[in-house]
Design a protein around this ligand. Structure first.
Ligand code: XCC
Length: 664
């Protein structure tokens, strides 16, 4: 019977630790997202983008014989409107996060947030230059203040162009200018998306979708990019760091504090507070051996890539983590936090603590976080967890014995550094390897979990298939965490990589799957693409590069915004699960055929992940042919006998103290 249950659960996840906890929760009659996905089927009309509820004459369900809403809106208009509203929400989420980072930088520069310091001066100078901020003869605080103010102004800018657009290749900027989609200010594009899609306004699918592009670019090349840059300035630019993942990193004899959400501001302080001798002493006074900090979703990625803090799991594991019975506090900030956490926590001793002024959950405890007393708040939260430690019900404890090793923290700066050292950093070796056919191409595999597909299966199948085919993979978000759990973020994965890719990775000293950070750090991937173009030899635009993007298990509106800005930046992008505008042939046509003509890349929604990879490889080969590169031949390069050593973890010059406190 137990085996039967396990077999049934295997359809839900490929992760044995997840399966073990799903069986436990079923035995304890505790609901979770996997189970709710069984009982709550998607509404077929909303699922296809054909439900219009933007006014109160409806909602109008454009299905069957109903071909227009009460106002006369067609399914194409309705599906396009729904689609760009997803983009607007996603862009708003990433960008509001970016705005928060700019405000933290300003507060730090003014001395109003004494617990935050400028950790990466080198990055501060680079960002200042990009934003046109003067650096000569000024203190780092003065520069940081201007960087923060300039970034903040980008959100509310009404005219002109976002400053970071200049980081895209010149040809791409021209394409955007000619199409009229260069974003002005981040907030303006989000607001205009909502305005255009109000009842009786923009009613031409292509016209609506073109503004969706503008809005998404304001996210990728605006809010998200600024968020990444400022996080690096405040907390350090990531470099490789060893860590571990999955439920096995939770400890039975220590106070477990799990941070979850997206922002690094509080979690960075929790990392500091967890090492405070007074706090550790307090934990010991309550019978615990110490404090074990771990993360879920993108808050986890933020403190993983900078501090080496371990990852409990990705999106679908948040409720399950509590069901191990050993999470003393789950500290959440913004985005991707399930309301179901509170119900699960009510069956255990776990405190769910909300911290953001923008997000509270009914029934959770609340400790509102503000920058000016950050460390104090972090300590208060950890003390709450310590006080809760003794309340565990020992009969309910079950920690699956799965721990996976990983190496994460590949910022674009570090990847460039590995290809030439501090004085000659570049993308030349990578570009040369692509030109010779040793590396066939590159792919970004990113995005969420979705219980409508087997958790982590499409994610990791795609990554493995790509590296087998000599395609270098960069990853972020919940895909990165899926990869971690399957051991795909270790140097050993070189064993399954194609010979050419393996040879180059060994030479450079990087694994074939590079964890670049959180979801806002998809902006790092945009920067890498721009760097590959400017390095030369692979065309003069992103759309010339043999590259592709995937979000095989997406569920969030943020993922739709990300996919859109990748496609509009010239990367053919494959989303999994299903098409949110399935009900409109016109929208599907525009996102694929018309986008291909306008942007040189299509926005595909392909639920069959095996087909998506086959299609992407065909596109990569076609790009190679258009560039007149060596035809890719998997047998051309043989496997070398050498093996990558682990010494790339000791690059002290790059580390510069930013990862001195790994929890592993
Ligand atoms: Fe959320 Fe960023 Fe999606 Fe994961 S990948 S489920 S958005 S945590 Ni961005």
């Amino acid at each position: 019977m137990a085996d039967e249950k396990k077999e049934e659960k295997k359809r839900k996840s490929i992760d044995p630790a997840t399966i073990e906890i799903l069986c436990k929760m079923e035995a304890e009659h505790i609901s979770n997202a996997f189970e709710r996905a069984e009982t709550t089927k998607p509404c077929p009309i909303g699922h296809s983008g054909a439900c219009c509820k933007i006014c109160f004459m409806g909602p109008c369900r454009l299905t069957g014989k109903t071909t227009e809403g009460v106002c006369g809106a067609t399914v194409d208009t309705v599906a396009a409107r729904n689609f760009v509203r997803m983009i607007a929400s996603g862009a708003a989420a990433h960008s509001d996060h970016g705005r928060g980072m700019a405000m933290t930088l300003i507060a730090a520069a003014k001395g109003e947030a004494p617990d935050y310091k400028i950790k990466d001066e080198r990055k501060l100078m680079v960002v200042a230059r990009n934003l046109g901020v003067k650096t000569e003869g000024r203190s780092k605080e003065e520069i940081a203040l201007d960087v923060g103010m300039t970034a903040l102004a980008e959100f509310g800018k009404q005219e002109g162009e976002l400053l970071y657009i200049k980081r895209a290749p010149a040809k791409r900027q021209e394409i955007w200018r000619n199409l009229g989609v260069v974003p002005r200010g981040v907030d303006r594009e989000v607001v205009e998306t909502l305005h255009r899609t109000v009842i009786g306004n923009d009613q031409d699918a292509e016209h609506i979708l073109m503004h969706g592009v503008r809005c998404s670019l304001a996210d990728g090349w605006g809010g998200s990019m600024m968020s990444t840059d400022i996080s690096d300035i405040l907390f350090g630019t990531p470099g490789p760091v060893a860590s571990r993942s999955n439920f096995g990193i939770l400890k039975e004899d220590e106070v477990n504090v799990v941070v979850h959400g997206h922002e690094p501001t509080l979690s960075e302080m929790i990392v500091v507070a967890a090492q405070d001798p007074g706090i550790i002493k307090y934990a010991k006074s309550k019978g615990a051996k110490g404090i074990n900090l771990a993360g879920i979703c993108c808050t986890a990625n933020e403190i993983l890539v900078r501090q080496g803090v371990g990852v409990v799991g990705n999106f679908l594991q948040q409720e399950l983590a509590i069901a191990t019975g050993v999470v003393d506090a789950m500290v959440v900030d913004i985005q991707c936090v399930m309301q179901g956490l509170v119900a699960v926590a009510s069956k255990y001793h776990t405190k769910v603590i909300t911290t953001s002024p923008k997000a509270h959950i009914k029934g959770a405890e609340r400790v509102e976080f503000h920058e000016h007393n950050a460390l104090e708040t972090a300590k208060k939260i950890i003390r709450m967890a310590i006080d809760n430690y003794a309340k565990r019900d020992k009969s309910k404890i079950q920690i699956p014995d799965y721990i996976d090793r990983m190496v994460a923290g590949f910022s674009h700066e570090y990847i460039a550094y590995m290809q030439g050292g501090i004085y000659r950093e570049s993308f030349r070796p990578f570009n040369d390897a692509v030109m010779q056919g040793r590396i066939r191409g590159a792919a970004g595999v990113v995005g969420c979990n979705n219980p409508r597909v087997t958790q982590d299966d499409p994610h990791t199948w795609i990554v493995k298939e790509l590296i087998k085919n000599d395609v270098l993979v960069v990853t972020t978000g919940c895909n990165a965490q899926a990869c971690a759990k399957q051991g795909l973020l270790t140097p050993e994965v070189m064993e399954i990589a194609g010979a050419g890719l393996r040879e180059i990775c060994e030479t450079i000293g990087i694994p074939p799957v590079l964890h670049m950070g959180s979801c806002v750090d998809n902006s790092r991937i945009l920067t890498v693409l721009a760097q590959c173009v400017s390095e030369g030899g692979l065309g003069n635009d992103v759309s010339d590069l043999p590259a592709a993007g995937f979000a095989p298990e997406w569920m969030s509106e943020k993922a739709v915004a990300i996919g859109e800005y990748f496609a509009a930046s010239g990367v053919n992008t494959f989303m999994g699960v299903g098409h949110p505008a399935e009900g409109s042939e016109e929208v599907k046509h525009i996102l694929t055929k018309v986008w291909q003509e306008k942007f040189g890349a299509s926005y595909f929604f392909e639920p069959d992940h095996k087909k998506a990879v086959a299609d992407a490889l065909a596109i990569i080969d076609a790009k190679r042919e258009a560039l007149k590169l060596e035809k890719y031949d998997p047998k051309r390069y043989v496997r070398s006998k050498t093996y990558l050593s682990n010494d790339y973890l000791t690059r002290e010059q790059f580390d510069k103290g930013s990862r001195s406190m790994s929890k592993v």
